[in-house]
Design a protein around this ligand. Structure first.
Ligand SMILES: [Cu+2]
Length: 156
């Protein structure tokens, strides 16, 4: 096997085993030493919306620092997904893309929430309808990939 094929298979195997743990409101199981993605949801949009936002929490209970590099959704959901932060500029709330990703030190959490860091969907193909779901792919450093199901909620 050539090196590139080997790398492909290693990546594939990793992504098969990197099944994220979904948080459950009633039971809080947290495996020690793992990276888990919790409370994944997106806000339902109005009919003609071209952008949407996804929120979630990344719990890095592992011994190593990790870096979230980028996020992706299928092109049937949106043209692009970006990591954004909200900042105050000239007394105005502005959004800025975090192009070099976000580091999550070992033993810490990263929270994406309304008014703060969020995952922005640009060029929505269809509005996000409450109770629908779609898949979000999180790409970490070292070719580590996690896929989570995003639940769309009516949060007005
Ligand atoms: Cu944004």
């Amino acid at each position: 096997m050539r090196i590139s094929q080997k790398l492909f298979f290693i990546t594939l195997i990793f992504s098969l085993f990197a099944v994220p743990q979904f948080a459950n409101a009633h039971e809080h199981k947290k495996a020690k030493g793992k990276v888990s993605i919790e409370n994944v949801w997106a806000r339902a949009t109005f009919a003609l919306a071209k952008t949407g936002a996804v929120y979630l929490r990344i719990d890095n209970a592992s011994q190593s620092d990790i870096t979230l590099l980028s996020v992706r959704v299928d092109s049937s959901v949106a043209a692009e997904a970006q990591l954004h932060e909200t900042v105050m500029e000239d007394e105005m709330m502005q959004m800025r893309e975090l192009e070099s990703g976000i580091k999550i030190p070992a033993g810490t959490n990263l929270e994406f929430q309304p008014g703060g860091k969020h995952i922005m969907l640009m060029g929505l193909k269809e509005p996000l309808r409450a109770s629908d779901t779609f898949v979000l792919t999180l790409v970490f450093e070292n070719n580590k990939i996690m896929r989570v199901s995003v639940e769309i909620k009516d949060a007005r």
